[in-house]
Every structure is written in structure tokens, then in C-alpha cells.
Design a binder for this molecule. Structure first.
Ligand code: PXP
Length: 236
């Protein structure tokens, strides 16, 4: 199983000051140098973290694969066709949400999704659909031409350690099995952290996990001691 690191929140921190620090490109390189198989960024319609310039810089400088998360928006489809990332992951997007709150309703808009991803597939970009782990969404996804689904692990992550954990976990396991039987490859992500990630190994054949917030959060603490020591040394 491979790790894709979502570096959106490096950009969140950078944008808090409107400058260039921390450098998103440098963050991507550190992830790659330390075992990430791909770099994920979500170019949101409101550009609240990753900006257009970031994806143009990343596509030229990363050595692994760029996975571009995007909503069904024509201007972002145009950018994807221009930069040709290794893959795109189609996600739903609501302006006011803090993060991607639910999976894409593929079943409810099968024709629209199929039509939207066609030019991307024709351009040789791998397409993944970010869906809730339900039979309805998996079966619909298999009809679109997309090669991958990414299962939304948010409900499992929230249920982890509570009585609903097993039920949420089984939804993921069953959805993965169904998807694979229909010829889809399966990724997973959202809300995974250092406590709950180990159960992903109980789902046979998962290709890649996309993880962002917990990794960036942890890195604040693993890096803070050195950062303070260095500044103390400089101002002595
Ligand atoms: N996968 C998708 C499709 C997402 O939208 C996100 C959040 O941007 C992630 C994975 C990563 O989620 P988290 O930041 O909670 O690890």
C-alpha cells in the first residue's frame, strides 16, 4: 500500500501571512524524499489554500506523481487538461465546508460525471472518484469509465474507538471488494491518522492512502524543538 501526501495545509499556513513561507514546493520534495509515492493538492474553487501557481510549479518539479483533487468545475478541468497531472480525483465541493464533507454523488449524476471526466481520460489522465463506501456509489462509479475510486474514510475515522467503528469499517471493506470485482482500483482517504490507519491493512488490495491533515499536524511537533533551538542560537 502506498502513501500519497496531501500538502494543502502547508499552503493554508503560508496563506495565513500571504507570503511564501512555508514553501509548498519544498514540502512536496520533503514528502517525496521520505517515501511518499504521490503528492495530492486540492485546487478548490475558492483557492483557499492551493493556488493556480502552486499546481503549475508542482507539476514541473515533483519527481513522483501529482494527484489533483478537483470539483466538477470547467475552469479547473481546463487547468487539469493544461498541466496533465498523473491523476485527478473528482470530489464534491461546497463553498462553506471546512473540508470535503461527503463523497461525490456519482449515482445521482451519472451522465454528468461520465461526460465531465471523458476529456480528462482522453488526455491520458487517470481518474479517481471520491465516493462514500456504498454499493450504489460503487456500482455507478464502475459505469463512468474512471479507473479508480477513492473511498471516503471520514465516517470510519470519526467512529474509530467507538461502537460504530466496526460497522463503518465493514462498509469500507465491502465497498472495496465490490469495486475490485467490477474492475476498479481502490484508494482511500480522509481523516486517517496515526491511530486509525492500521486497519486499512485489513482491506485487501488497497492501492494508495491519501493523508494530509494528520501528517502536517504531526510535523509541527516533530519539527518545533529544532526550530526553537535554532532561533535561540541565532539570537544569543
Ligand atoms: N482525500 C480526499 C479526496 C480529500 O478531499 C482529502 C482532504 O482534502 C483527503 C484525502 C485528505 O484528508 P485528511 O486531510 O483528513 O487526511
Amino acid at each position: 500500500m502506498l502513501l500519497g501526501v496531501n500538502i494543502d495545509h502547508v499552503a493554508t499556513l503560508r496563506n495565513a501571512r500571504g507570503g511564501v513561507e512555508p514553501d509548498v514546493e519544498k514540502a512536496a520534495h520533503i514528502c517525496e524524499e521520505n517515501g511518499a509515492a504521490s503528492i495530492t493538492t486540492h485546487l478548490r474553487e475558492d483557492r483557499r489554500h492551493i493556488k493556480d501557481e502552486d499546481v503549475y510549479t508542482l507539476i514541473d518539479s515533483i519527481k513522483t506523481k501529482l494527484n489533483l483533487e478537483m470539483a466538477m468545475a470547467e475552469d479547473i478541468q481546463q487547468i487539469a487538461l493544461d498541466i496533465k497531472p498523473y491523476s485527478i480525483c473528482l470530489v464534491p465541493e461546497r463553498r462553506q465546508e471546512v473540508t470535503t464533507e461527503g463523497g461525490l454523488d456519482v449515482a445521482g449524476q451519472l451522465d454528468k460525471v461520465t461526460e465531465f471526466i471523458k476529456p480528462l481520460l482522453d488526455a491520458g489522465i487517470i481518474v479517481s472518484l471520491f465516493i462514500d463506501p456504498t454499493e450504489e456509489q460503487v456500482k455507478a462509479s464502475a459505469k463512468t469509465g474512471a479507473q479508480f475510486i477513492e473511498m471516503h474514510t471520514g465516517a470510519y475515522s470519526e467512529a474509530f474507538g467507538y461502537k460504530e467503528e466496526e460497522e463503518e469499517f465493514l462498509k469500507l471493506k465491502n465497498a472495496a471488494e465490490l469495486a475490485q470485482s467490477l474492475g476498479l482500483k481502490v484508494n482511500a482517504g480522509h481523516g486517517l491518522n496515526y491511530e486509525n490507519v492500521h486497519r486499512m491493512h485489513e482491506i485487501p488490495g488497497l492501492c494508495e492512502l491519501n493523508i494530509g491533515h494528520s501528517i502536517i499536524s504531526r510535523s509541527v511537533f516533530t519539527g518545533l524543538a529544532e526550530a526553537v533551538q535554532k532561533m535561540v542560537e541565532l539570537i544569543k
